[in-house]
Write a protein that binds this ligand. Sequence first.
Ligand code: RAM
Length: 340
Amino acid sequence: MNKKLVSAILCGTMVLAAAAPAMAGSADGMKIALVGKSAGNAFFEIAAGAFEETVTAEGGEVQKSYPETATADAQIKVLDNLISQDFDAICISANDVNALQAKLEEAMDAGIMVSAFDSAPNPDSRQVFVNQAGTVAVGQALIDAVYDIAGGEGQWAVLSATSQAANQNAWIDAMKTIMEGDEKYSKLELVEVAYGDDEPQKSTDQTQALLDKYPDLKVICAPTTVGIAAAAKLLQDNGSACKLTGLGLPSEMVEYTGADDAHSCPYFYLWDMVGLGNLSAYATIALVNGDITGALDETFTAGDLGDYTITEADDGGTEIVLGLPLQFNEENIEEMAKLY
Ligand code: RAM
């Protein structure tokens, strides 16, 4: 066999050998830490389950870490511990826009890739952010639900998560901006933004306090799955005239959802929870592999989910938007509750 032919065969074998592991799993050997906002919140367990499924199917491994409370300080403790270990990436849902910056920069300086999902730390604190739905799209869906359920006028209140929560504050700001910019909403009066800290008992107490303080309250909008579930139970158990909307998990809202007086929540929104976990995983893997850096207009293939493009985020950074907010109502709640 002549030398050229031998080296061509060898080369071919080497190319095949090199290509094989990449085809077997693009996250081969990768170690990724996923950090939620707080422990005991089904929202993060569902997202983390889908995230882990994708990463392990691609050959990597995931460590799920939750802070003791839904605060930046508690997340900094978790991050400290993770930075001292050998992770390729940290994917985080932030409890505060700015307070995590120094710690996340420390992680990036240590060579750990930082992606965010659900709740974004500021643009300097992350490389990639996976947003479940556009911030304005969520704000628009929620303010329109409040308008519709209130019959176009009257008092309404927000029951939020923590006062520092990056995602809730962005949605509340979007609602306010839309409301202030359109005469249509001028008869709606936002009386208070209350904070249940994504704790069931505190959310219940805050709902009761709103009812006591504002006897004419028509609608509570709770843009948190923990808050909406707590408020739904309290309002329904008390047969309150005040109605509810917001962002919830269908599985936690099934008994409270309906258009009649017997139910506290006519309809509410969320997004594809499994898609959120899957896409966040693919984006993080792509970041570690150098397929994306988080720059505007980059594209990548998120497995079966298809191709995604990195777009401009409302906070001046960039993001990858999963899709549109989804409405859950008495027609689809039973079916959707089986999924998440
Ligand atoms: C809670 C969390 C989460 C938010 C949902 C809607 O579970 O605050 O960050 O996205 O509600």
